[in-house]
Design a protein around this ligand. Structure first.
Ligand code: G3P
Length: 224
């Protein structure tokens, strides 16, 4: 499973992009609004950090197919590189997806809560579907189960569409998605640190440091 970062915060993107093996960045209108900055400056800032080869998923705020296509073309032209327009599932969004497919602009169909939504999005030509794991768990749904069902349905029909699971609140949800064959997951900056942390790891590293220093002090291998 590949990882993306789900944020519009430039400092966080800079840090995660430097220290973690990410495939790209996802944003949405809520995450962008949180930054309270000029939209184009923010989106261009993200591209400048991640470069042309990593994926940038930016969500449309238009509501009709024609306007969604117009907006997607403008964002793609402006930010360049590997780009996907995020479009919430709905009739206008599906129509836009079919139009964008013909234009060669990749679509991530978002706000997915059921396998049927995902299957129809994939048939329309979406490159990714984004099911919201934690939001389903919050209403006593089963977010991971929905992800698993979507993976199965896509496999059943050999569909050329990847599952980009989103909306995570803990590392267990991320692990469970990886375990069921989910292709990609977009997670918040804080969850990257949580995902690699373990008290036994810290104890092991402390032990190595203590034992080394007891014999060699502050000397490092480079100093021999
Ligand atoms: O883009 C969708 C994802 O960011 C939603 O996450 O945490 O708002 O449920 P969340």
């Amino acid at each position: 499973m590949k990882y993306l970062i789900d944020t519009g915060n430039l400092e966080a993107i800079k840090h995660i992009n430097e220290f973690y093996p990410i495939e790209g960045v996802t944003t949405n209108p809520t995450l962008v609004s949180k930054e309270k900055s000029d939209f184009w400056a923010l989106i261009k800032g993200i591209r400048a950090i991640i470069g042309e080869d990593k994926a940038l998923h930016v969500q449309t705020v238009q509501e009709t197919a024609e306007k969604i296509v117009e907006e997607a073309k403008l964002i793609k032209e402006t930010v360049g590189g590997k780009f996907f327009v995020k479009i919430p599932i709905g009739e206008e969004g599906l129509k836009a997806t079919m139009m964008l497919k013909k234009l060669g602009i990749g679509v991530t169909m978002t706000a997915i809560f059921t396998p049927q939504q995902a299957l129809i999005a994939a048939n329309a030509g979406a490159s990714f579907v984004a099911p919201y794991v934690n939001r389903l768990d919050n209403i006593i749904g089963d977010g991971v189960r929905v992800v698993e069902d979507i993976v199965t349905v896509f496999d059943n029909y050999g569909l050329d569409c990847q599952v980009l699971a989103a909306s995570f609140k803990n590392a267990q949800q991320i692990h469970n998605c990886a375990f069921c064959g989910c292709h990609t997951a977009t997670i918040s900056p804080d969850l990257f640190k949580i995902a690699i942390s373990h008290p036994m790891t810290e104890a092991a590293i402390d032990g190595f440091t203590k034992d080394w220093k007891s014999v060699y002090g502050e000397k490092k291998i480079l100093d021999f």
